[in-house]
Design a protein around this ligand. Structure first.
Ligand SMILES: [Mg+2]
Length: 261
């Protein structure tokens, strides 16, 4: 057994071990589950403002990148116009060319800045080789997903990707997961969702008869007050811990036995 698997076997918290026996489909949330979106945005904003300063915008890129980050957290981290809006509303910039440049520069730089959590690619590949269908279900808009998935080797690793626009309310209800089950022709008990939000990624899926794994490595302290109706099936602190929870059909019984010892 590789060293990583041994560590994760010891640390993953599994509340209801036997229930993962039927899982065939894994639905990953993207932001704060596979992608460290906050670090990604921090780096992207810093690089964007540096570029604009090089082109003549009179700003202190480092200090103002922090302000831009705070602004984006308030105003919408995925707003494609967040840079020009910040420049207008906070810095009083009225140079139309510079504003358009701000938007374009952010879009161009973000794909190269995307930070995946440790072990994401190798974990996805191992889960794939264990026979699971891998899917992504995200509340991020299609454009943002396009910017975030391609440059990191995530493209092509998912059988289905469901984005915010695919359903009326996103993961505020269970529709995206029902849509996924229809698409892959699976039953709820064959589905496990992995995500950082206790309700949207976990409790809602458990409520519909599926399984939910809370990705504690991405869960924000602001979620402490979120009242989730259902407990997660399991919790992980790092994507690699999934390898201990989802051993694949052949090895299920032995790995689960070691988890519950
Ligand atoms: Mg998330």
């Amino acid at each position: 057994m590789p060293a990583t698997a041994r560590t994760t076997t010891q640390s993953a918290k599994l509340n209801q071990p036997s229930t993962l026996d039927d899982v065939e489909v894994i639905a990953f949330d993207v932001d704060n589950t596979l992608v460290d979106i906050l670090q990604t945005k921090r780096d992207t904003f810093a690089a964007t403002l540096e570029t604009l300063a090089d082109r003549g915008l009179a700003i202190d890129p480092e200090a103002q990148a922090r302000e831009l980050y705070a602004f984006a957290l308030e105003e919408g981290i995925d707003d494609p116009d967040v840079v020009p809006r910040f420049l207008v509303e906070e810095l009083g910039v009225d140079d139309e060319r510079m504003l358009a440049d701000g938007r374009r520069t952010m879009e161009r730089l973000e794909p190269g800045m995307v930070q995946l959590y440790e072990g994401v690619i190798s974990t996805l590949d191992q889960l794939r080789s264990r026979g699971y269908q891998l899917c992504a279900v995200t509340d991020a808009p299609r454009e943002a997903v396009r910017r975030r998935l391609p440059p990191n080797g995530l493209t092509g690793r998912f059988d289905r990707v469901i984005v915010r626009e695919d359903t009326p309310r996103g993961k505020a209800d269970t529709r995206p997961f029902e849509m996924l089950l229809e698409a892959v022709d699976a039953r709820p008990e064959q589905l496990v969702a992995i995500g950082d939000h206790p309700v949207r990624d976990v409790s809602n899926v458990v409520a519909m008869g599926g399984h939910g794994v809370l990705a504690e490595h991405g869960t924000r302290s602001s979620y402490n007050d979120v009242a989730a109706e259902h407990e997660p099936t399991a919790a992980i602190d790092g994507v690699e811990e999934l390898l201990a929870l989802l051993p694949g059909c052949d090895q299920r019984s032995s790995a689960l036995a070691s988890l519950t010892r």
